[in-house]
Design a protein around this ligand. Structure first.
Ligand SMILES: CC(C)(COP(=O)(O)OP(=O)(O)OC[C@H]1O[C@@H](n2cnc3c(N)ncnc32)[C@H](O)[C@@H]1OP(=O)(O)O)[C@@H](O)C(=O)NCCC(=O)NCCS
Length: 136
């Protein structure tokens, strides 16, 4: 297994395919590449040349961090890769509060790291900004 912490040489079509495989929608095209390049902490996990895991984080490096786009390829899930991925991310985030969005069915995974449901979080969505173009 190879752990890469930069965007160097990343095949973005492969990243998009990984998100499709785990059914995380809305992550497509060049917008996806730009989002990773603009993230302070990125992680790509490879088995030989095959991309099997990914995650990224926005952070000020002091108080706050937001973890996004955590995914492990379905063929590799439930073998500890997600746990190692999150542990390695968290050890690189010396901040006061780490937040993330998690569907109900994966909240148990994050609870193992101390994440708790948070009643004070609010979110606003502008769906026009989800894709570069309406037919993407
Ligand atoms: C969530 C995810 C990253 C976990 O990765 P993983 O490599 O399978 O995780 P691990 O093998 O380290 O799992 C460790 C433990 O976490 C828990 N866990 C893992 N996936 C879970 C899931 N989907 N639902 C509930 N618990 C889960 C289990 O307790 C598991 O232990 P077990 O195998 O003994 O049952 C992976 O399932 C995934 O990519 N899912 C699709 C994308 C996604 O939902 N991402 C989160 C965005 S909301």
């Amino acid at each position: 297994m190879r752990w890469q912490w930069t965007c160097d040489g990343v095949d973005w079509g492969g990243v998009e395919a990984l998100f499709t495989a785990v059914e995380l929608g809305g992550r497509k095209g060049d917008k996806l590449r730009r989002a990773f390049l603009a993230s302070q902490l990125v992680c790509f996990v490879y088995d030989s040349d095959k991309l099997i895991g990914v995650a990224r984080t926005l952070t000020d490096g002091e108080y706050h961090a937001l973890i996004y786009d955590v995914a492990v390829h379905p063929d590799y899930q439930r073998s500890g890769i997600g746990t190692e991925l999150l542990a390695r991310l968290l050890e690189r985030l010396p901040v006061w509060r780490v937040m993330l969005v998690a569907d109900d069915d994966v909240q148990g995974f994050y609870a193992r790291f101390g994440f708790e449901r948070h009643t004070q979080a609010m979110a606003r969505f502008d769906w026009d900004n989800l894709y570069d173009s309406p037919d993407a």
